[in-house]
Design a binder for this molecule. Sequence first.
Ligand SMILES: Cc1cc2nc3c(=O)[nH]c(=O)nc-3n(C[C@H](O)[C@H](O)[C@H](O)COP(=O)(O)O)c2cc1C
Ligand code: SF4
Length: 605
Amino acid sequence: MDSEVQSTVEAACREFGNDRSRMMDIVRAVQEKLGCVPPESIGLIAEAVDTHRVEVASVVSFYAFLSGESAGKVVIRLCDDIIDRMAGADRVAEAFVEELGVGVGETTPDGAITLTRTPCIGMCDQAPAAMINEVIVTNLSSDSARQIVRELRDHMDPHKLVHKLGDGNNASDLVHAMVTNNIRKRGPVVLYYMEPGTALAKALVMSPNEVIRDLKTARLRGRGGAGFPTGMKWQFARAADGDKRYVICNADEGEPGTFKDRVILTEQADLMFEGMTVGGYAISSDTGIVYLRGEYAYLRALLEHVLQQRRDKGLLGNNVCGHEGFNFDIRIQMGAGAYICGEETALISSCEGRRGDPKTRPPFPAQKGYLDGPTVVNNVETFCCVARILAESPGWFAQLGSSGSAGTKLLSVSGDCQIPGVYEVPFGIKLSELLDRVGAEDPIAVQVGGPSGQMVGEAGFERTICYDDLATGGSIMVFGASRNLLEVVDAFMGFFVEESCGYCTPCRVGNVLLKRRLERIMAGDGEPADLEYLQTLGATIKTASRCGLGQTSPNPILSTLKNFRPLYEALVKERPDGLQASFDIHSALTDAEAAQGRDSVVFPH
Ligand SMILES: Cc1cc2nc3c(=O)[nH]c(=O)nc-3n(C[C@H](O)[C@H](O)[C@H](O)COP(=O)(O)O)c2cc1C
Ligand code: SF4
């Protein structure tokens, strides 16, 4: 046994109290030291935390940023989302390939640099972008890609690639990133300076039930996408049986095209932590967790610093703000590159040190969540709203926005527009007004709510952004007249195929079948019956899938079939022989192979 592996595993397990539920931290620590989580470490970790080898191995294999095999010392992860591709990510990839002399997914022969692609890293407003180890590089071009490789060959230190710092806290020593905030419009709620402690001072003179009542009066609904009433969720958690309750902040921000939480984490972390602490008081919890996506690891030191400042000021720790008996502290849990971990039950599994598998509901997390305790999971922006509601008043908040949707919403706008970035707008804003404001360039379509949302055409530009019309967790992608919308849809379907956790067949297999049929249509081989096939299969996947990923994954196809049907109709034609390709034996066989996950036996003629 390699003594370095042994000592690394021992140190990592010891650091996290040999606690099985801290598996994510343990394997991340091992990988940081050894470059991977080597096979010989799996048994050692299992033994140290008293679990089975398969538990450890399944965690390592689940997350994109964890690996059992050594990659290069430096890993370049080029963002692969549609906005980055529109901004030239493929040309950048070619430049990396030429300069490195290896293909995508390969490592240079000297083992120094690995090149790979990754789903949205939350930088669509400064695309094309990449993660180089944990360092973010933005606004890439072919030239800058070549320059990056040359510099890396020289020093192999990704941090030295940051020559120009971004604005705000991006420029601080704790972040030291070239990322820019691109805050285009500040509003009165989230992107607003509040003296730390203001909301807590108000909350702690009220009873926990009164705090929850204020959130209900404010009509606050979750900002993460589903829009569940926050006060009601907190009330459920408070009322649920359990010795220990938990407050979890969902900072996974994996929906392609969303980057507003990145900006909150960079500039308004204090406000978010304050909302979480109010949550701790309201539901009687002493433990908060921020689940931070692996792509935002570059923000971790800043967040830890803000947490420490809050402890020093008595805003976290024992007897918060001098309130006898109210103890609350927050830890950061790093993710490791899995979109599904944004789904709250998968996120909880991940926090517990497991694969990010969604759980069957009920029980809901508010009843039985993290380590089986009642748990509230809320979005980063939701916690900011909580703090501001307490600091101002529920009435003040409720009169902002529209009748069904109180308050403001942070939108992450990207794509074919002159002013991409983050906008805090009142709910109820018309899409057309937003498009004017962001300098949309000849827009023919807007994807509202990311791939799991809907694609809206010009006929829908007078619709409004709110829970009752166009709901969005924050992603707004603009597509101009030069774009092939079916290519966009295909890219979104590719994303869902990649990110499905594979647990249930409708999602695992159905999305592959949808994508294949779409590609057949795009290749000019489709027929009218294919549109019916897409519709029917899409509806089945939505109803038969276990979690929100599968339940929304056919949306790119279904919403374009509804709003852009002529695009499909122009590509399909009846077969001259009158037969329906849907019954073609080869295609049926291919479908069956996908469903079974294995190749058919081919008999010789
Ligand atoms: C596949 C999938 C990914 C999700 N990703 C996120 C995410 O990145 N951030 C988030 O806040 N909510 C995400 N959600 C929604 C969460 O499950 C949950 O509803 C949310 O965190 C609750 O917070 P809220 O009530 O404040 O909106 C996702 C849901 C699904 C199905
Ligand atoms: S719907 Fe998809 S992501 Fe969700 S549990 Fe099923 S396979 Fe996994």
